[in-house]
Design a protein. Structure first.
Lengths: 304, 304
């Protein structure tokens, strides 16, 4: 029934993980797995240097000012090691696009989690030098983290200021205006963490969306992330709405001429007519049909 | 009243251009202007070589297979000239971002046209070698073209297959699935143009959105485009809808767990409740308020 998780966790643990994923709660497992044993024997995962030798894409360096993805720089594999040696973390994006087996496993995990077809899923590899780590932030996506090399600690805390954020945010930085528009209370100056999760080689951690977290590498560390940017219900509705409205050339018409009073009035009156027709049309919209349209209609898969 | 067009055209011509822009029709002017005289004296616009010397960004090369933006490659300024010498057109993106005066003039033209704040406006420079040009295509944006160096012919034809397309399309290529979903009839194999517009130095051409066009350079040619990607009414509605719905944590909630029947039913039932609340809420939405929200609300300007 579970096509990838069965290689990652014992049966009873799979159910615990699934419960955590569905309720957006932290899950951790300190053990080893068939999947981890496969990966650890691959030369590229044996050290940061070896991974760099296998990598052909660009590398994101997490600069030291924020120790965070909010402050990154793209460098070549050639340059990456000197940043790493200076204590900076490296991020390798979209490993799945370079590795067919990885992509297959990622697809299987998509199936196991039952994510929407509108999900953007990918594999990320984080190389963190001993003593390095990320500053407190939260992500809008969910991550399943497999610790490959070295030990790394994670501190996580539920977010009391906002549920289901649609944007990542680093503590102490200026917040995105859209994010600010819906937070329940201002972000604090610091986070008091209650729990530390120390991951060793083979450990697994589920990082729920929106949870504050920071990390610290006790050794030179390599970790593999399965990252899922899940669509929200707003996204599902917007996709369906767009697909429907663009069938009309009037909805597709451009907004221009707002500076002349005559023309602006004309444009506004057109928009009123369109909005009125939508107010009536939307009454017959069916949630099941919309969801089916997104999940099962023909056309390009967005999940890659 | 017109802050930029007054430097570009005589008074009586401005009204003709404005009428064409508002009704999405071709406009051309073969004359000279205060603005053109300013530009032609700038060293960078005196030749392709000089422009390349002044340019610090990347250059898009239009490869010979399609002679079109659908087939491009990014190269350095250093490499660009050899592609040009082999007959390939060069595109320099976003000149306004490198030139403050250009950005000011672009902003003035935005005001003269009365475009929405959600418009993406920019300056493009096209360098086309003698004998070169673009293959037949249409754009979803509108372009005001000022011919700076050499002579270049344009052929334009109204699009009988689709009005107000939201995606560009090159004749003979596979069409974007979204575009295919709303065309009135299949695209033809070839376009029979009725009219040729030969631009000489200082000539101006308004290229309406969606009109088929192709070009041919009679000499080495440099042209400056004022390009406006105008939002559609669908875009305006979607932005307002999103801003409103994301205030609810339930609308922001992620779509996951669609593979288990119990969980999928629960999710669908939540979506039904959300959709029902929208069906009722939308009845009080006001077209004028939505437009004001997009055009006059605080927050970041998207127009840059």
């Amino acid at each position: 029934m579970f096509h990838f998780l069965s290689r990652l966790l014992p049966k009873e643990e799979i159910n615990k993980l699934m419960k955590s994923v569905m309720s957006n709660e932290v899950y951790s497992y300190n053990g080893t797995s068939e999947y981890f044993n496969e990966l650890k024997n691959l030369p590229k995962f044996s050290s940061v240097t070896n991974f760099l030798d296998h990598w052909t894409g660009e590398v994101d360096v997490h600069l030291l000012d924020l120790k965070d993805e909010a402050s990154t720089k793209k460098v070549s594999t050639h340059e990456a090691m000197s940043y790493y040696d200076q204590g900076m973390g490296l991020l390798f994006n979209d490993l799945n696009l370079f590795d067919e087996k990885m992509q297959d496993d990622l697809n299987r995990l998509c199936g196991d989690f039952g994510v929407s077809r509108a999900t953007m899923s990918r594999n990320l590899v984080y190389a963190t030098p001993k003593g390095g780590g990320t500053a407190t932030h939260f992500d809008q996506n969910i991550n399943l983290v497999l610790q490959l090399k070295g030990r790394k600690s994670w501190w996580l805390k539920e977010n009391e200021c906002v549920r289901n954020p649609l944007t990542r945010h680093t503590l102490g930085t200026i917040s995105d205006p859209e994010l600010s528009s819906y937070i329940d209370s201002p972000f604090p100056d610091s986070i008091k963490y209650d729990e530390e999760y120390e991951l060793s080689e083979g450990s697994l951690l589920f990082v729920p969306k929106g949870h504050w977290h920071k990390t610290h590498a006790h050794d030179d560390s390599l970790a593999l992330n399965f990252t899922f940017s899940l669509p929200s219900w707003v996204d599902i509705l917007s996709m369906a709405l767009r697909a429907r409205l663009i069938q009309s050339e009037y909805w597709r018409d451009s907004v221009i001429g707002l500076n002349s009073e005559t023309s602006a009035k004309e444009k506004l009156s057109l928009f009123e007519t369109l909005l009125d027709s939508l107010k009536s049309d939307i009454q017959s919209w069916d949630a099941g049909e919309i969801l089916s349209f997104i999940e099962f209609s023909e056309g390009e898969e967005s999940n890659e």
